[in-house]
Design a protein around this ligand. Structure first.
Ligand SMILES: O=C(O)CCC(=O)C(=O)O
Ligand SMILES: [Fe+2]
Length: 317
């Protein structure tokens, strides 16, 4: 039997029919993440129309001439906001860069906020006027959905449901529309996205429009995970893995090049990287330390400190 990554109905948590079923959902979700670090989430409440509109504006931006797009590249900005050109990001330890270009939308915070120095103002492309409202609308929707997933994940490890609320209310989260252009060079050694783990708490991947995402199972097998159109893929990142002492594993994944002619199709996808507040201290949770799983990280680190370390490793800083 081929292993399958579970897909769960989050309405059982957000609009429960009974307390028992809500608790059963938490247990099933927790089990899926312990096993896979990945799950599909259905009935998430984000309208397909909103997702389609977002993909439309993102694709219109990526279709602009390279010189126009590069006006939104911030030199020395670590790719934190605006455009990052093709061939820059490189998976940790990889020899060849990924085959993608992307844009980063960050949280809108008052410019006199205490985190304004590490959370830069957004850039918006003048050429696609709807980009701002549509892009930030999707940011907001995924931020809210991500908080629901975190609430369920908190309950499963014995924390109060609202434990993450004041740790993520000004989180340094990023919405990343990605374009993987058609691959026209035969035998190219690069892959669309090399094997990696995400840095943040959890990632919500909305509407990946084509096959290619693969997840490394505990047995060491690459398992393709192309979710149905109505499903958002949610995975654990390294910060949550560290906080939970690996109870929730940050699972390695990659995006492979399609075989033959299919490689000439572009691929678009849009992950939302949900981050904690920059000053949140990532310190292993007591509830995740047991005699069989002693603390793997005796030292705490701030989310910002951890992020900076990791961005250098993937050549964004
Ligand atoms: O494009 C995808 O489906 C996944 C992208 C991804 O894993 C990432 O950007 O971290
Ligand atoms: Fe990823």
């Amino acid at each position: 039997m081929t292993a399958r990554i579970p897909t769960l109905d989050i309405a059982r948590f957000t609009h429960p029919v009974s307390a028992e079923d809500r608790a059963a959902f938490v247990a099933e979700l927790g089990q899926a993440y312990r096993e896979w670090g990945f799950a599909g989430i259905r009935n998430h409440g984000i309208a397909q129309e909103q997702i389609d509109r977002a993909y439309d504006v993102f694709q219109r931006y990526f279709a602009l001439p390279e010189d126009t797009k590069r006006q939104y590249h911030v030199a020395g900005g670590g790719g934190a906001r605006g455009y990052t050109p093709f061939g820059v990001e490189t998976a940790k330890g990889a020899q060849y860069s990924d085959l993608k270009e992307f844009w980063h939308i960050g949280r809108e915070i008052p410019r006199d906020h205490k985190c304004a120095d590490v959370m830069a103002a957004n850039l918006w492309p003048d050429e696609v006027p709807e980009f701002r409202d549509v892009g930030y609308g999707l940011y907001d929707a995924l931020d809210k959905l991500g908080s629901q997933v975190l609430a369920a994940l908190a309950l499963h490890i014995g924390l109060p449901e609202d434990w993450f609320v004041d740790k993520t209310n000004y989180g340094n989260s990023i919405l990343r529309p990605i374009h993987y252009p058609p691959i026209t060079t035969p035998d190219i050694p690069n892959v669309r996205a090399g094997a990696h783990e995400d840095i943040n708490l959890i990632t919500l991947l909305v509407g990946a429009s084509a096959a290619g995402l693969e997840v490394l199972s505990r047995k060491g097998e690459w398992v393709p995970f192309t979710a149905d159109a109505d499903t958002i893929v949610v995975n654990i990142g390294d910060m949550l893995q560290r906080l939970t002492n690996h109870v929730y594993p940050s699972t390695t994944h990659r995006v492979v090049n399609p075989p033959g002619e299919l490689a000439r199709q572009p691929r678009y996808s849009t992950p939302f990287f949900l981050h904690p507040n920059p000053d949140f201290l990532i310190d292993v949770l007591d509830s995740c330390v047991t005699p069989g799983n002693p603390s793997r990280y005796p030292e705490a680190i701030t989310a910002q400190g951890y992020l900076e370390e990791r961005l250098r490793e993937i050549k964004l800083k």
